[in-house]
Design a protein around this ligand. Structure first.
Ligand code: RP5
Length: 165
């Protein structure tokens, strides 16, 4: 099915949307079907566990988990699936995201979660990392990703040229 969501984007709270929306934009640009849910390791632990346990069977290839504070969502999801799990540390008071980052990068050996950029760029980079994973088995998507990089490079070179005028 062409429109079968292949990426699940989970966020610990709807308040994480300003960062997560960066991922939606990337997936829209690359034409990748995704599904988004507010789901919490602590507030909806049963739903998070069940979603993760069924993710592969439901056709997902990658799961992105954005969470702030004690950001256990990625870890809980990774505990229940062997799909690649990408964690986005969300900044929140009082430790400004360092707590979330530590929660994601201190996974015990055997249950990996990949951490991407903390802060606003996290959504965009999580999605681009997911695109890289999906592109391993999709030559057309791999070419799109290369074109994205070429355009990005051209933009920086153009900005540099303008600075020299
Ligand atoms: C986490 O706690 C969420 O991921 C969010 O970043 C943070 C605060 O959640 P809310 O109080 O805004 O719902 O679970």
């Amino acid at each position: 099915m062409a429109n079968q969501p292949v990426v699940a984007v989970l966020m610990g709270s709807k308040s994480d949307l300003p960062v997560v929306e960066g991922a939606f934009k990337v997936f829209d640009e690359f034409g990748i079907p995704y599904e988004a849910h507010a789901m919490s390791a602590h507030r909806t632990p049963v739903e998070a566990m069940e979603f993760a346990a069924n993710a592969e069977k439901n056709g997902f290839k990658v799961v992105i988990c954005a969470a702030g504070m004690a950001a256990h969502l990625g870890g809980v999801v990774a505990a229940h699936t062997t799909l690649p799990v990408i964690g986005i540390p969300i900044a929140s008071e009082p430790f400004n995201g360092l707590d979330a980052l530590f929660s994601i990068v201190q996974m015990p050996p055997g249950i990996p979660v990949a951490a991407v950029t903390a802060g606003k760029a996290g959504g965009k980079n999580a999605a681009l990392y997911a695109v890289s994973i999906l592109a391993l088995g999709d030559a057309a998507l791999a070419e799109k990703l290369k074109e994205f990089r070429r355009k990005q490079t051209a933009q920086v070179l153009k900005a540099d040229a303008e600075l020299q005028e």
